[in-house]
Write a protein that binds this ligand. Structure first.
Ligand code: PCA
Length: 215
């Protein structure tokens, strides 16, 4: 069995739900074969979210960690390629914190590539019939903060663990009165199952398929 920790976020901004937590909970309730999945909901708060992630990793002792967040406006499930060492909040977090150009980890490297086979994960989601892509930026808000913290934890303390970050579109209920793309939460959960399975199975090199962007 592969031990998997999946995290989602509480709602933030003006939203009342967050599909990342709803989808993660669905996967924990009905995990893919061969995987033992624990789901944990993180606060959308700089610092606190990383303390919660640290505690969850210590408790679950996972082989694989997939952190998940909402990226409103994106039309695809996106597997993040790179985490950067900067907090630069466009809106306050749920505790009113509003860091500008602060490092996630003082003296940490500028960036980490996801310790996850991102191309294999994208291919697996597409093979399930769900729109997916590599993303070259997780932003500079709490999701990137958690992604960088996870990558730093893996690099410094858990070299055998794999992990990464996935952003999901809005759920349909969030955009009933907005012209924005959305993905049903059950479909998002199916995408996460495909990602978890692909990441658990891909132990060697990642797939060599194009996933870049021109801008
Ligand atoms: N999305 C935000 C933070 C929490 C979430 O679900 C982000 O992309 O940073």
């Amino acid at each position: 069995m592969t031990r998997v920790l999946l995290t989602g976020f509480e709602p933030f901004g003006s939203e009342e739900t967050n599909p990342s937590w709803e989808a993660a909970a669905l996967v924990a309730a009905d995990p893919p074969p061969g995987c033992d999945v624990t789901a944990v909901r993180l606060s959308c708060v700089f610092g606190t979210a990383l303390e919660e992630l640290d505690a969850a990793v210590a408790a679950a002792d996972p082989d694989l960690v997939v952190c998940v967040g909402q990226a409103g406006g994106r039309a695809q499930v996106t597997v993040e390629r790179v985490a950067i060492n900067v907090d630069d909040a466009r809106i306050p977090d749920n505790a009113g914190r509003h860091p500008v150009d602060e490092p996630v980890v003082a003296d940490g490297p500028a960036a980490y590539f996801a310790p996850l086979p991102v191309k294999a994960c994208v291919a697996a989601v597409r093979a399930a019939g769900i729109p997916a892509a590599v993303s070259q930026t997780a932003g500079t808000f709490v999701c990137n903060h958690v992604f960088y913290g996870l990558a730093h934890l893996i690099a410094t303390r858990r070299p055998a663990t794999r992990g990464g970050f996935v952003h999901l579109p809005y759920a349909p209920g969030q955009v009933v009165d907005r012209d924005q793309p959305s993905l049903p939460v059950a479909t998002a959960a199916e995408a996460l199952r495909a990602i978890v399975t692909a990441a658990a199975r891909t132990t060697g090199a990642d797939l060599r398929i194009a996933g870049g962007a021109t801008h």
